[in-house]
Design a protein around this ligand. Structure first.
Ligand SMILES: [Fe+2]
Length: 251
């Protein structure tokens, strides 16, 4: 086990030689009739309103004031590779401000992103994502969370970068988590994509992105951190980047 700190100060634990435990029995995806492909006859379809069973951790998203430095660090030290770059509207010439990063497993496909990093005024956890069996598990699991009084953040929709069907929730501490299914897997033959970072470009379909998901509601704490970051100077977030970030929310 090796504990490292990335340039933003996040603790990273690299582990090797773990014991394999027998996998827990997974709830099978529903048998679905799609188009003319009929797999289910003489049987009804029932999706139980129950907690969605998590199959695995998919990815983590971090906000960092030192995006390029952190990206270099993860590529250099962990060999991660970029699946997609995003840039602030009108600032492509200043380089990317978000990267979706995957593991380099050669010819073995790996998740479109295991880590995603975005430039912002704070160094913080944004969300983590957990794979569930299928769309019904997301929707029925979401209904269960709503019945328990949990706060829905955004969804259900389908992302563009990574293509997964998503649904975002907040726990009582405002910690954001994502249920997802049907994400992209790429081997190393796929080159990185480039696109502007816009609120409308976060999904192919689904409800409009919420302020809650974007964490765009100003708070005294956010303003304090923003002023501190802008004054600090020892990071990559400057006034022009702030203008770019504000454009993201409205484009
Ligand atoms: Fe996500």
């Amino acid at each position: 086990m090796l504990d490292l700190r990335d340039p933003a100060g996040s603790l990273l634990r690299v582990v090797a030689g773990l014991d394999d435990f027998r996998a827990q029995a997974l709830v099978a995806p529903l048998v679905v009739n799609s188009g003319r492909t009929v797999l289910r006859t003489n049987a009804v379809q029932r999706a139980p309103v129950a907690p969605a069973q998590v199959h695995r951790l998919g990815h983590v998203v971090l906000e960092t004031t030192s995006f390029q430095q952190s990206l270099d660090w993860y590529q250099h030290n962990l060999g991660l590779i970029v699946s997609d770059f995003l840039f602030f509207p009108g600032q492509r010439h200043r380089g990317p401000t978000m990267a979706f990063i995957r593991c380099d497993r050669g010819a073995t496909p790996s998740d479109h992103h295991t880590l995603a990093m975005t430039l912002g005024p704070r160094n913080r956890y944004v969300h983590s994502a957990y794979q569930v069996a299928d769309l019904d598990a997301i929707a029925a699991g979401g209904r269960y969370l709503a019945k328990q009084g949990h706060r829905h953040a955004w969804g259900i929709g389908r992302h563009i970068q990574g293509s997964q069907i998503f649904d975002y929730w907040r726990d009582p501490d405002r910690f954001m988590v994502e249920h997802f299914t049907d994400g992209d897997l790429f081997d190393t033959s796929i080159e990185a994509g480039w696109a502007p970072m816009t609120a409308s470009g976060l999904s192919q379909w689904g409800p409009p992105v919420t302020r809650d998901f974007l964490d765009a509601t100003p708070s005294p704490e956010l303003v304090r951190e923003l002023v501190h970051t802008l004054r600090d100077g020892g990071n990559e977030f400057d006034l022009r980047r702030l203008v770019g970030l504000l454009k993201v929310a409205t484009s």
